[in-house]
Design a protein around this ligand. Sequence first.
Ligand code: HEC
Length: 169
Amino acid sequence: MKMPRVIAIATLSIASIVATALPVRAADDALPVPYQSSFRRWKHVKSMVIQKGHSLFEAFGGIHHVYVNDIGAKALRAKEELPTGTVLAFDLLEANASGGALTEGKRKFVAFMIRDPEKYADTEGWGWQAYKGGNPKKPVLKTAADQKACATCHKEVGAKQFVFSEWRR
Ligand code: HEC
């Protein structure tokens, strides 16, 4: 993936936010993005493995699966406007290589983006949050600026409503 320099910098800061075991405190100036406990029962959009050598390995290395909730599934499939209430999940697991197979390991984090153009007007109409280890008590992003860093990279697909993933047929 070709990335402009500014995005590479955003990647670095996200890498350090996501990868390090920072003490977790409640979001302050950031609007809340609630943990979505049922995301594993949503619709599967696509999966991908990011290995060493990929520019995003530091932050996003492993096996990830992307899911969409029922509110957004039809519109995502049809490439139509995603309604308010659409939520996408990015579920990142360790990839354990053994005997020629890659298997899913521990969850590294799960990230959510929630569509609400009014509530999240400052971050491109999406609320952003990642939960370390998939633990609802461990939100990774503390400030509005953190959330903007997510939105900044996703702006690369601003013409696609800030969503990279397309429904795999
Ligand atoms: C450096 C760029 C970059 C940053 C920073 C970034 N993402 Fe992403 N994100 C991506 C890419 C690329 C994908 C698509 C992955 C794929 O194709 O499987 C993605 C996918 C997602 C998805 C699945 C929906 C979609 O757009 O495909 C969610 C949810 C998500 N990211 C949330 C976040 C959150 C929350 C943050 C901030 C903690 C964040 N992202 C930061 C690049 C980024």
